[in-house]
Design a protein around this ligand. Structure first.
Ligand SMILES: [Zn+2]
Ligand SMILES: [Zn+2]
Length: 263
């Protein structure tokens, strides 16, 4: 049976500084969920646990839990999650204790664009090494993987502040198939999901193929996937939902490949 897009497990609210749009709130997001027949939505604002030194500018649980109790719909369940981050020293801004309080955690290991100096430049191989190193840190962290997902594995931030927005595709290509397969297989073995990044409207057909290569390797490694729009604004919700459907279709995903952290 074909993969039905009935979840969106990566959405920001106005509490994220890069959103700050007052209409981007749980009520708006719940209406979107009901309209699109979504079963589960996770609010995942940018996050850094107060208990971990070395923050990258985000706030912690006391701040994001302002939304509690979350409104609930007839068919859509809203969950309090976060987008956890990793700093330049490869420290994850989340303790196990705080992780217990959250229903879902998407972890970004490729937000290098706002953590590196504006003029810092390296070759694609260097960024590829960083990405691998940071992914290993995540897989060795002992966090509760079964309610966690790997955020946007093909995101452009992996290439830091490289000037051409297409540079990240070179970084993804600098990682050999065997390395992707091994890392995705370990991610799956720990019980973590892999996010279907819905920003693929920014790609030409050729570039989209380069992104699909990574996702196909995740499929080959046996990963489980979840829908995610990474919306920061109400206007992102509908088009990115459609993008996510396109990605699912391009990969030919089926229901048994869906990541289900709440069931
Ligand atoms: Zn992110
Ligand atoms: Zn995000």
């Amino acid at each position: 049976m074909k993969f039905i897009l009935d979840q969106d497990l990566h959405i920001h609210t106005q509490l994220s500084p890069c959103s700050s749009n007052p209409e981007q709130n749980p009520q708006t997001i719940l209406r979107y969920g009901e309209e699109y027949g979504l079963r589960d939505i996770a609010l995942t604002d940018h996050f850094w646990d107060e208990a971990v030194p070395g923050g990258v500018g985000w706030q912690g649980y006391a701040y994001i839990s302002k939304w509690l109790p979350l409104p609930q719909g007839e068919r859509t369940r809203l969950h309090l999650g976060c987008e956890a981050d990793m700093n330049r020293a490869n420290v994850i801004g989340l303790t196990r204790e705080t992780a217990e309080k959250l229903e879902f955690i998407t972890v970004s290991i490729n937000h290098l664009h706002f953590q590196m100096g504006k003029d810092e430049r390296h070759g694609a191989g260097w960024y590829a090494e960083q990405f691998k190193k940071r992914w290993n840190v995540l897989l060795d962290s002992g966090l509760p993987y079964r309610k966690m997902g790997l955020a946007h594995p093909t995101y452009r931030g992996v290439a830091g502040n490289m000037p051409d927005p297409r540079d990240h595709l070179d970084v993804l290509e600098a990682i050999p198939d065997g390395v992707w397969l091994d890392m995705f297989a370990r991610t799956e073995k720990l019980g973590m999901g892999v996010e279907l990044n819905a920003k693929n409207n920014e790609y030409s057909p050729d570039d989209f193929e380069r992104v699909l290569r990574v996702y196909r390797l995740a499929v080959e490694a046996g990963c489980h996937f979840y829908g995610a729009t990474d919306s920061h604004h109400p206007a992102h919700l509908a088009p990115r939902h459609e993008n996510c459907v396109k990605l699912i279709d391009a990969l030919g995903l089926t229901e048994d490949q869906k990541f289900l952290p709440f069931d």
